[in-house]
Structure formats: structure tokens, C-alpha cells
Design a protein around this ligand. Structure first.
Ligand code: AMP
Length: 431
């Protein structure tokens, strides 16, 4: 019988917030497997985990991401807290990692630091396949190294990770955004070009062409894309240092056999990027085809009040990664090692004690709490995919024995109740 009459029950059926999702058992095993592979590889590449809060002061994101970006303009979940301070659910992780790096003076002993973090991000975008309002990212950041070789290392890491996760069909798209020395000249040329095509641009781009012309290159509206085909390329404006840096990046990627294409229109939506910028795209994902993106953000540490320390990093879209991986979730399903089927009050209590002891010994054990018949308990064991059933009734208990049944071969042996947990653990481990 339902606890509430139907009408009232409906009142209690609260649904998920749009763009948010549950990751249920059956799917979560794949997420765990992907996370395990990613963590291991990150650690192998020398990254240390850092855990940062889910909320920060709004100002941190406004300053680091840039006031006239989509994220800051319209996608952040921002609330006044009870004291009226504006706080924001993090839309990305880099700003917080940089804040932590500065706040805890993590550069004091050695400016070179490598961090990673894994967790949820929040952006109020229009939800669609592959785009959520709460999504997950794997972030990695390297501080204190100016060389473009670390950008190559990040791209190499991504390609290696995707190959371990059996993700096919991916390609690195790379570009250089120059530096504060050479970018202004490009911006001027770009602005002139934008004026000449302004009648073909969307209203957003019209607004942005004066404030942040680079962002127009990033626009996904087809008419803007078409208008931008003949836009000047930043690569023609690079100063000698930036050109040398980008040549080194390309040469080393070739040496490491990383497949890549140079994409002159690849600019990051965030203002603090410089020099190498990259995106890993997977054609099979459709419209939302970027699985990971990143690049160098040399100006951000000082912009946020720290010393002048260069940095680079990436963010992988975890949700999209799990959609792309060739790993099979079923392969990671955890099934019980043993199902304890008990008949009778005394045996049920004994079974309960064993199940606790099994759990404590690293053996996955289940039992029925509902007083079912032996037949339906065995059906349950089957349904759960248990490797063994341990069957005990009050009579057997009095004789201090139980029956262990191999659910696959149907073979049964009698086992003594004395030292039972240790004995069965031995049998399971030996298998
Ligand atoms: P970004 O921080 O915008 O550079 O994004 C880095 C990666 O996060 C992208 O390549 C996507 O894979 C993923 N991502 C960004 N926004 C979303 C979203 N709304 N839903 C799902 N994944 C996202």
C-alpha cells in the first residue's frame, strides 16, 4: 500500500533540475573505471591531487574568466549568501586552483607544481546531448614552466589517456594565441576585418567585436563562421619568440606521433590564455565534439594577485569521455562473491553476522532480510550473479555445518561453521 494517497503522492514527486542528472548504478561503474585510469595516469605523469571548493566568491570567476565571456555574462549560478556576499558555483576549476596556489604560497618553495582535480562544474547553458548544467571535468594544471614542451606534454597525456580508454576518432586541434607583445597587432587587423563583415555577424558578435574581437573567431553561428573564413590568421602575426615556441610544439608533437591539425580559428573563450591553445575533438560526438580543451595562461597568476609565474593546463569533459570510451560498463559490475541463504531464525542471525564479517574481510556478501523461502533465496542469488551460495538452516547450524554451492558448476561441499569466514575467504581467493 502506498504511504500517501495518489493525489498527495504527486506533490512529493520532485524531479531533477533541468540539465542536471543522476549517474545510477549500472552507469556509475564506467565512471569509476574511467576515473581510475585517469587518476593513475595523472599520478604517473607527476600530477598531485588538489581538492578545491565547489563555491567561490563571484569576483574570482569574473576576474579570471573575463567579464564578457558567455560563462560570466549568462551561465554562472550566482547567489547572494545570507550576508549578501555574492558567491558562485564553480563553472570551471582553473580559477580556484590558481587562487589556492597564490593563497597558500605554493610557489614559495618551488614555483613548478603540477596539480589535478576531478569534480562537478556548473554552467547554465541550454541543455542538449553532451551539454549539461552540472557536468564533470578532469583538470590538470602545470605552474612555473615557460617552455612549450609542457604544452606538448599535456596534449600527449590527453592522447595517451584517450587511447587507454579506447576512445577512437580523436584529433588534437592546436593554435597559438601569441603573447601580449604580438597579439595587439593581430587584434587591430582582426578588428578592421570585422568591420568589413559586420553586416554578416550575429548580434552577439557585433557587440563583442569592439570589446573582445578574438571571441568572434569562437562563434558557432554558421553565418559568423562563414564570414570568418577569410579572417586574418594570428599565426601570421606571431613575434619571433611565439613563432619559435609554436614551431617547437608542432615539431615535438610530430616526433611523439600525436595526430594534430593547426586550426587558426581556435581561440579559447577565456581571456587569460596565451601562446599554445588546444582542443581534443571527437567527430563521433556530433555538435558538442570537444572532449578536452586547454592551453597556456601565463598572465593569470599575476592577474589574480600572485607573482609573475607562467602556467598551462587542460580540462577534460568527463561526461563526454564516458560517452566515447570503448570500455564496457558491464565488465566493471561488482557481483556478490557469496549469497548467504538462511532458513530459520537462528540461522538468519548467524548469516547476518557472517555477512558483516565477510564485508570486513573484503568478501562481497549478501543475504535476504525478508524471510523468503530457500527457493526464492536461491533465485535471488542467481539474479544477483553471486559466485557462491552459502546455505544454512537451523538443523545444520546445530550440527555446526553449512553447504557451500558453486553457482556456476552447481557443485556443493559441506563446510564447517568453525572458522567459516576464513575458510570461505580462502576458497574464493584461491579460485
Ligand atoms: P571548457 O572549460 O569550456 O574549456 O571545457 C572543457 C571541456 O569540458 C569541454 O571540452 C567539454 O568536454 C566539457 N564541457 C564544457 N561544458 C560542458 C557542458 N555544459 N556539459 C558537458 N561537458 C562540458
Amino acid at each position: 500500500m502506498p504511504i500517501y494517497p495518489k493525489k498527495e503522492r504527486q506533490i512529493f514527486m520532485i524531479q531533477l533540475i533541468r540539465g542536471f542528472k543522476d549517474i545510477l548504478p549500472g552507469e556509475v561503474e564506467l565512471w569509476q573505471a574511467v576515473e581510475k585510469v585517469a587518476r593513475q595516469l595523472l599520478e604517473d605523469f607527476g600530477f598531485k591531487e588538489i581538492r578545491i571548493p565547489i563555491m567561490e566568491r563571484t569576483e574570482l570567476f569574473a576576474r579570471s574568466i573575463g567579464e564578457d565571456t558567455d560563462i560570466v555574462e549568462k551561465e554562472m549560478y550566482t547567489f547572494p549568501d545570507r550576508k549578501g556576499d555574492l558567491i558562485t558555483l564553480r563553472p570551471e576549476a582553473t580559477a580556484s586552483i590558481v587562487r589556492a596556489y597564490i593563497q597558500h604560497r605554493l610557489y614559495a618553495k618551488d614555483p613548478v607544481q603540477k596539480f589535478y582535480t576531478i569534480g562537478p562544474m556548473f554552467r547554465r547553458e541550454r541543455p542538449q546531448k553532451g551539454r549539461y548544467r552540472q557536468f564533470y571535468q578532469i583538470n590538470a594544471e602545470i605552474f612555473g614552466v615557460q617552455s612549450g614542451l609542457v604544452d606538448v606534454q599535456l596534449i600527449f597525456f590527453l592522447v595517451t589517456l584517450f587511447s587507454r580508454l579506447q576512445v577512437s576518432d580523436v584529433k588534437a586541434h592546436i593554435n597559438s594565441l601569441g603573447c601580449p607583445k604580438c597579439r595587439p597587432k593581430f587584434k587591430t587587423a582582426l578588428s578592421e576585418f570585422l568591420e568589413s563583415v559586420s553586416d554578416k555577424l550575429c548580434s552577439n558578435c557585433i557587440r563583442r567585436k569592439d570589446r573582445n574581437p578574438l571571441r568572434v573567431l569562437d562563434c558557432k553561428v554558421p553565418s559568423c563562421r562563414e564570414a570568418m573564413v577569410k579572417a586574418p590568421s594570428i599565426l601570421d602575426f606571431l613575434c619571433s619568440e611565439c613563432k619559435e615556441d609554436f614551431d617547437e610544439v608542432k615539431n615535438m608533437l610530430e616526433k611523439l606521433r600525436v595526430p594534430f591539425v593547426v586550426d587558426k580559428n581556435l581561440v579559447r573563450g577565456l581571456d587569460y590564455y596565451a601562446r599554445t591553445t588546444f582542443e581534443i575533438q571527437a567527430e563521433s560526438l556530433g555538435a558538442q565534439n570537444a572532449v578536452a580543451g586547454g592551453g597556456r595562461y601565463d598572465g593569470l597568476v599575476s592577474e589574480l594577485g600572485g607573482p609573475d609565474i607562467p602556467a598551462t593546463g587542460f580540462a577534460i569533459g568527463f561526461d563526454r569521455l564516458t560517452e566515447l570510451t570503448g570500455l564496457d560498463a558491464k565488465q566493471f559490475y561488482q557481483k556478490p562473491d557469496v549469497f548467504v541463504a538462511a532458513l530459520g531464525g537462528q540461522s538468519r542471525l548467524a548469516a547476518f553476522e557472517w555477512v558483516c564479517a565477510f564485508g570486513n574481510q573484503g568478501i562481497r556478501a549478501e543475504l535476504d532480510f525478508g524471510g523468503k523461502s530457500l527457493k526464492s533465496q536461491m533465485k535471488q542469488a542467481d539474479r544477483l550473479g553471486a559466485r557462491y551460495a552459502l546455505i544454512v538452516g537451523d538443523d545444520e547450524l546445530a550440527k555446526r555445518e553449512a553447504v557451500l554451492r558453486n553457482m556456476q558448476t552447481k557443485e556443493q561441499i559441506s563446510v564447517s561453521i568453525d572458522g567459516l569466514v576464513e575458510n570461505i575467504k580462502g576458497i574464493i581467493i584461491a579460485e
